[in-house]
Design a protein around this ligand. Structure first.
Ligand code: SF4
Length: 347
């Protein structure tokens, strides 16, 4: 029995020689790419401008892996969490976050099924890593969330963040392939300026991202401004300490000109002291930074507690007073399983 490979796991450049070999003309390959990545059609039968022979050829060689919406939770604040079943019945999450009174919409997408990095405060970290997501599975999360956004709000997505399940830089090839199709004129034509990769901090992959010429925005999930506290919460810091990360981010900024974001979840009596704010100000002196202080969405079985509003505001004020561009993000979707990995882990 021939095991057919998912056609969405090929980049356009990888697929072209295979089809040329079968006698496909260039314009036909262009038509197929357009069905796959621009019109996002997920069955060969519907590709109406391809001949029956071409469609049969495709069906005999390839399959198309699809996402199936398996569960959806809608929060009172408009945040929508989707759980998708993959072709092998593994589950992942994506989130639609309305911003600024429903004028902008951000899709938060997953890059892996589970995650290997075991950050102490994270529900996904407790699952371990099951597998990498294919480029098509990442791309299709955007397609599905965008479809919902258009149907519900009559608006397209304005931003995409790789901040769902998984560490995007540990699925580098597929994440970059998905970005290539998202930003391509022959794909969704999304601006790279509106795409953000959020990383727990893999220094050598940050450098590679810059060297490979990607211009997306980069956010570091910082959460602590000294190595001892960061090691305690995020074991990846033991092999990628803050000094190494700052060097990598400095390089990324130099190569792309992009401002870096630091994501900072405030935990009560852990990383919300003035001393922490002082350390954070120092880290912000290397390159232009915006700090997003985030209210924690509690996760079952985790001892960390979210900072009180007072402590969080005092922390933010210290940063602002010392010239650091700072935003405070209230947690979204408190009434649903909004913390990363909570819904996928259910049932
Ligand atoms: S916070 Fe991100 S990197 Fe850390 S365990 Fe969770 S998904 Fe993985």
């Amino acid at each position: 029995m021939v095991i057919k490979k998912d056609i969405l796991s090929y980049t356009s450049a990888e697929l072209a020689p295979i089809l040329s070999e079968l006698g496909w003309e260039k314009y036909r390959i262009g038509q197929l790419n357009s069905w796959l990545w621009k019109h996002c059609v997920r069955d060969f039968e519907s590709m109406s401008n391809l001949s029956v022979k071409h469609r049969e050829q495709l069906s005999s060689l390839f399959r198309i892996n699809k996402l199936t919406e398996d569960k959806k939770q809608i929060s009172n604040d408009g945040t929508v969490k989707f759980r998708y079943a993959l072709h092998d019945d593994k589950k992942i999450e994506s989130v639609l976050i309305p911003v600024s009174d429903d004028k902008r919409f951000t899709a938060c997408v997953s890059s892996q099924v589970g995650c290997s990095l075991t950050c102490a405060f994270c529900a996904t970290g407790k699952m371990g890593l099951t597998r990498q997501l294919a480029a098509g599975e990442i791309f299709d999360q955007v397609v599905e969330v965008n479809k919902f956004c258009e149907e519900t709000y009559d608006q397209k997505l304005s931003n995409i963040v790789f901040m769902g399940m998984g560490e995007p830089l540990l699925n580098y090839k597929n994440v970059c392939s998905s970005i290539a199709q998202l930003t391509s004129k022959d794909g969704l034509n999304f601006s790279h300026k509106r795409i953000t990769i959020s990383t727990a901090g893999i220094a050598k992959m940050i450098v590679k991202l810059a060297e490979d010429g990607w211009k997306v925005n980069l956010a570091l999930s910082l959460h602590a401004a000294d190595d001892a506290k960061r090691n305690e919460m995020m074991p990846i810091n033991e092999s990628n300490n803050l000094h190494t990360l700052m060097q990598a981010l400095k390089f990324y900024h130099r190569m792309t000109g992009n401002r870096i974001s630091f994501e900072y979840i405030a935990f009560e009596h852990f990383n919300d002291y003035e001393k922490d704010a002082k350390n954070l100000v120092k880290l912000c002196s290397h390159f232009p930074v915006i700090v997003n202080i985030i209210e924690y969405n509690p996760v079952e079985g985790v001892d960390y507690v979210k900072s009180s509003e007072d402590r969080l505001n005092t922390f933010a004020k210290y940063l602002l007073k010392h010239g650091v561009m700072t935003t405070v993000r209230k947690s979204r979707g408190k009434d649903i399983d909004a913390a990363c990995g909570q819904l996928a882990n259910k049932g």
